[in-house]
Design a binder for this molecule. Structure first.
Ligand SMILES: NC(=O)c1ccc[n+]([C@@H]2O[C@H](COP(=O)([O-])OP(=O)(O)OC[C@H]3O[C@@H](n4cnc5c(N)ncnc54)[C@H](O)[C@@H]3O)[C@@H](O)[C@H]2O)c1
Length: 386
């Protein structure tokens, strides 16, 4: 296939800016037939140290002004990898300039922001990718195929959790993630967004929820924007109020009456980054978790009832995009690899001129569930989630 260059701009060179950039650099190596070769044109960050880092990894230009990225004539695709409060403004400006988007979840601070971006992208015919990267784990792709093929029978119930420990101590920094104006919700937008999207991906749309949110640590040390990460711990007496939830949970119901439960925490002690699902059906069950992302647990009912319980399937060629990374089953892949697969999917969409999943519309469906959980926590009633 003939190959052409595609100019890349990145806005926000923190954790995700680095990860997106790494994906652009690696995608040609892992997907040689992609037909598009990313060129690192310009990166923006308000932090000088992060701009220097962007130069070191190959950006031709850097700037402290995000508008210079979205308006750059050499940029065709913009990664929006900054705090949630900036997603809407930057995404709308990029869309107005005719650029395609790879925007991080949760695409703004709630349904209103996400819907504005979704509508503008649709009107402009701009293609969007949203960072629901866990869909791309080969073991998850395999799980979805097994569910679609009826291997678990009829799905009867579902459990999804994201139990993260990044803020389980009182001296864990109040990064932008803890402030309403910067982030919107807390554990909901940060972690539950992934849980809900995975649920939609595997089982289908959530119709209604009964939710509860809670904040366990009310005040935390301040962390200036552009310094540290949300894993940082800070020794200071300069404390700020935590403005959003540390924990959220919900019972959920799908349109066919299937039921499930969802939970997200950023203050758990024990699990580190335990995003996990279990899908239970009439004939079998599947379970997966991020801490062991190359393993799929599988259980099947047998006629004599012998040897039931979970057994482990190791990801390998034939599961999702595994073969683009390793030639033999069981050789572990990592988080950054999922982002390379995600980049290949989105670049492929741009090459073909067609919107693929996950895009901003998928985030909008998820944002509606997240807001329904918040509403339900306040009202004490079941709330519609679509
Ligand atoms: N998909 C995933 O797995 C995943 C994981 C982590 C974060 N995220 C999402 O990615 C986004 C970024 O998160 P992060 O952890 O990389 O945050 P971060 O704090 O590490 O990085 C954000 C960067 O944006 C820069 N920035 C802030 N305001 C700016 C401005 N006005 N102009 C230019 N740069 C600016 C900061 O200096 C910082 O370097 C968030 O929306 C988050 O929800 C997604």
């Amino acid at each position: 296939m003939e190959e052409r260059e595609i100019g890349i701009g990145v806005v926000g060179f923190g954790w995700m800016g680095r990860v997106h950039t790494s994906s652009y650099r690696r995608v040609v190596e892992h997907f040689p037939d992609l037909g598009l070769r990313p060129r690192l044109v310009v990166a923006a960050d308000v932090s000088e140290a992060r701009r220097r880092q962007a130069e070191r990894v190959g950006f031709a230009e850097t700037t402290d002004d995000w508008r210079a990225v979205v308006e750059h004539a050499g940029v065709e695709l913009v990664s929006v990898t900054m705090p949630n409060s900036m997603h809407r403004e930057v995404a709308l400006a990029a869309i107005a300039a005719g650029k395609h988007l790879w925007v991080e979840k949760p695409v703004g601070r709630g349904v209103e922001d996400t819907a504005a971006v979704a509508e503008a992208a649709r009107d402009a015919g701009v293609l969007t990718g949203v960072g629901f990267c866990y869909r791309f784990a080969p073991a998850v792709q395999h799980a979805r195929e097994l569910i679609r093929a009826g291997e678990v029978g009829d799905v009867t119930h579902y459990r999804g959790v994201f139990l993260a420990d990044y803020a389980n101590r009182p001296d864990a920094a109040a990064s932008w993630r803890f402030l309403r104006a910067d982030a919107g919700s807390g554990a909901l937008g940060d972690l539950m967004a992934h849980v809900v999207d995975m649920t939609h991906f595997l089982v289908g749309p959530i119709e209604r929820v009964s939710g509860r949110t809670a904040t366990m640590i009310a005040r935390r040390p301040r962390l200036p924007v552009g310094e540290g990460t949300h894993f940082s711990r800070v020794a200071t007496d300069d404390l700020v109020d935590v403005e959003n939830e540390d924990w959220a949970a919900a019972l959920c119901e799908f349109d066919d009456g299937t039921v499930g439960s969802l939970e997200a925490s950023r203050v758990i002690v024990g699990p580190r980054v335990r995003m996990r699902f279990e899908v239970f059906g009439t004939r079998g069950a599947l379970a997966w978790e991020l801490e062991r992302m190359n393993e799929l647990e599988r259980s099947r009912l047998s006629d004599d009832g012998a040897d039931e319980g979970y057994t482990t399937v190791l990801a390998g060629p034939g599961h999702g995009a595994f073969q683009a990374f390793q030639p033999g089953a069981g050789v572990p892949m990592g988080y950054d690899d999922l982002r390379v697969i995600e980049a290949a999917g989105h670049l492929g969409a741009i090459r073909d001129g067609e919107q693929r999943e996950p895009g901003v519309d998928d985030m909008l469906a998820t944002a509606r569930v997240l807001e329904a959980i918040e509403r339900s926590s306040a009202s004490g009633a079941w709330e519609a989630a679509r």
